[in-house]
Design a protein around this ligand. Structure first.
Ligand SMILES: Nc1ncnc2c1ncn2[C@@H]1O[C@H](COP(=O)(O)OP(=O)(O)OP(=O)(O)O)[C@@H](O)[C@H]1O
Length: 256
């Protein structure tokens, strides 16, 4: 379970996220979408204990990430948008280290994951020799090896080849189907449309729309030219373009 309650984040005078609230329950795969600078990574960083909220509460697995960080962090696996790994370890050494740190997972699990991502022949190579995609696969394994109840994922597909991207997409779906909680940000609208059970569209730190795909279709069905049955791409652009038009009108009124 992930709970974000009235989350605000300001950097100096700039508001990155404003009054964001949502809950992701076990079994859900929640997609956090939005244009560049919308506040997605800022929200994720608050969830994983890397950015302190200016206001509001973020709980993961029932634990306040800032008041009870150790228990909160034991409840989730985090896949950041860029892999941060120890280059001087081999893949197998890193995975054994992660296993020992969490006290979860076995040698058998490590070998199974390496094979799943076709990394078994590179397991004794230093990570610094890995390609970006191989590092990304290894990062995904480090998050999944302890089998956490919550998975938090920032832009998972960058650098993955089409086969690996398909594997990862199915992996996240299976994870949620097993009753775990998954939150992911992505710029890939087809990916979000394929896997997310619920979606939030952010722009400039504010929520433009939240709900299932059907609910978003409902809220964006605006009279003539309604979008019934249309793709997430159309819904996304409609929400973002309406917001942009609204801002333009407000600016014109100010200068009138
Ligand atoms: N450490 C920081 N200091 C100052 N401003 C920041 C900082 N981190 C983020 N911001 C600002 O907060 C806003 C939201 O940034 P964020 O990285 O959360 O967006 P995003 O939705 O993840 O974007 P992208 O899709 O480009 O990754 C942006 O205006 C960004 O400039």
């Amino acid at each position: 379970m992930i709970e974000v309650l009235n989350f605000h984040k300001r950097f100096g005078r700039h508001t990155a996220v404003s009054d964001l609230s949502f809950t992701v329950k076990p079994g859900e795969l929640f997609g956090l979408l939005g244009p560049n600078g919308a506040g997605k990574t800022t929200t994720i960083r608050a969830m994983v204990g890397l950015t302190r909220p200016t206001d509001g509460v973020v709980r993961v697995g029932g634990f306040d990430v800032w008041k009870d960080p150790v228990r909160a962090k034991a409840a989730f696996g985090f896949i950041p948008d860029r892999p941060y790994l120890y280059g001087k370890l081999t893949a197998r050494e890193l995975l054994r280290f992660i296993r020992d740190l969490h006290g979860k997972g076995s040698d058998h699990d490590i070998e199974r994951w390496l094979e799943f991502f076709s990394l078994e022949h590179f397991a004794n190579e230093l990570i610094e020799t890995f390609s970006h995609g191989m590092k990304q696969k290894l990062t995904i394994i480090t998050a999944l090896l302890p089998d956490p109840p919550v998975l938090i994922v920032d832009e998972p597909m960058v650098g993955l080849d089409p086969r690996a991207a398909k594997l990862v997409r199915e992996l996240f779906q299976d994870y949620a189907n097993k009753g775990r909680t998954v939150l992911l940000t992505t710029h890939s609208l087809p990916l979000a449309e394929a896997v997310a059970t619920r979606i939030t569209v952010l722009d400039r730190g504010r929520v433009l729309g939240m709900g299932t795909l059907d609910e978003l279709r409902e809220t964006t069905r605006t009279g003539v030219g309604g979008v019934e049955g249309e793709s997430l791409e159309r819904i996304f652009f409609r929400l973002v373009e309406e917001e942009e038009a609204e801002r333009k009108r407000a600016r014109e009124l100010e200068t009138a």
